[in-house]
Design a protein. Structure first.
Length: 275
C-alpha cells in the first residue's frame, strides 16, 4: 500500500510515484471518505472501485484522512475513532487497494471548493472513476453533492457512481453505529457491522510495565473504548500467533493483564488487541 500526501501531490517525488503506479494502466479508480474503521457499509463502495479497476485497467485507490474529521468538528464530544490510520491502511491493502491519498483535515483544507478538489484528483491523481455514497458532499460549506459531481464528471471525462447504503435488519451501517456498539461492549454487534472483530491498535500506544501487567493512560487512546470493565481479549502477534489476555478499562487507565498461569508476550511482538 503506497501513501500519497494531499499537500505533496505536486511534488516531483509524488508525481514519480503516481507515474510508477499507473504504468500500463489507464488512470486510477477512487472512493472518497473518512472510512473510520472500514465496515460493511463501506463494502459496496470498495467493491465498486475494485471491480471498475479490474474491468478498465485502473489502479484502485482510497482518498481519506489521517484522522476522522469528527475530531475537529465535535472536539471533546467526539467519542474516538473506530480504527487508527495504521489499521485502516492495513485493511485497505488486504481488500486490494494499491494506494491511499491522505488528507490532513485542516481549516485550510476545509476552505477548498468541491470543484477544485475534484479538479486536483483528475489532474494530479489521474482519476478516471469515482464511487461515493448517495449522501456524499464535499467542498467549502459542502458546496458539492451528487448533481455537481455528475456535472464535473461529464465535463472532465471521468465515470461516477453513487452507491446505495448497506443495511442490516433495516439499520443503516455507519461508523456511529459501530462506536455505539463498542461503547456498550457489544463486540458481537460491532463485529457484525465491521465484518471483522474490533481491534485496538497496540502499536499506537506507549505502554508502561507495572509488575506483570501493562498500562496506558486512557486519555492517550484516540480510539473508541468500551465502557469501564474487564474484558477477555486476544493479542495479535507479529508472527501470526495469538495470546490470551485480559484488558481492564478504567476511568483513567487501561491495563492489560496476563491470563492465569501465563505471561504477556514481549511488547515488540504485539500488533493489536482483539475483542
Amino acid at each position: 500500500m503506497k501513501t500519497l500526501l494531499w499537500d505533496r501531490l505536486s511534488s516531483p517525488e509524488t508525481e514519480a510515484l503516481i507515474d510508477a503506479l499507473c504504468v500500463n494502466k489507464k488512470g486510477t479508480a477512487l472512493t472518497i471518505g473518512g472510512f473510520d474503521g472500514p465496515h460493511l457499509g463501506h463494502r459496496a463502495l470498495f467493491d465498486a472501485v475494485l471491480e471498475n479497476a479490474e474491468a478498465h485497467r485502473h489502479v484502485p485507490g482510497i482518498v481519506t484522512f489521517f484522522r476522522s474529521p469528527g475530531t475537529l468538528k465535535k472536539g471533546d464530544q467526539y467519542p474516538g475513532d473506530v480504527s487508527t490510520l495504521n489499521l485502516r491502511l492495513g485493511r485497505f491493502a488486504e481488500l486490494g487497494f494499491e494506494f491511499a491519498v491522505l488528507i490532513d483535515f485542516s481549516s485550510d483544507f476545509s476552505k477548498i471548493a468541491g470543484g477544485v478538489f475534484f479538479d486536483i484528483l483528475v489532474k494530479k491523481v489521474r482519476m478516471r472513476y469515482v464511487a461515493v455514497g448517495p449522501d456524499f458532499r464535499c467542498g467549502h460549506r459542502l458546496d458539492t453533492g451528487m448533481a455537481e459531481i455528475s456535472a464535473i464528471a461529464h465535463r472532465d471525462g471521468f465515470r461516477f457512481d453513487s452507491i446505495r447504503q448497506v443495511e442490516i435488519d433495516g439499520l443503516r451501517i455507519s461508523s456511529s453505529a459501530v462506536r455505539k456498539a463498542i461503547q456498550a461492549a457489544d463486540f458481537a454487534l460491532a463485529e457484525r457491522y465491521l465484518g471483522h472483530p474490533f481491534l485496538l491498535d497496540f502499536t499506537a500506544l506507549v505502554w508502561e510495565a507495572n509488575g506483570t501487567s501493562l498500562s496506558v493512560p486512557a486519555g492517550t487512546i484516540t480510539q473508541t473504548l468500551p465502557r469501564p470493565g474487564a474484558y477477555p481479549v486476544l493479542l495479535l502477534l507479529s508472527d501470526g500467533n495469538k495470546a490470551a489476555a485480559n484488558l481492564r478499562v478504567g476511568p483513567d487507565t487501561v491495563t492489560l493483564h496476563p491470563s492465569v498461569g501465563a505471561d504477556l508476550p514481549p511488547t515488540d511482538t504485539v500488533l493489536a488487541v482483539r475483542f
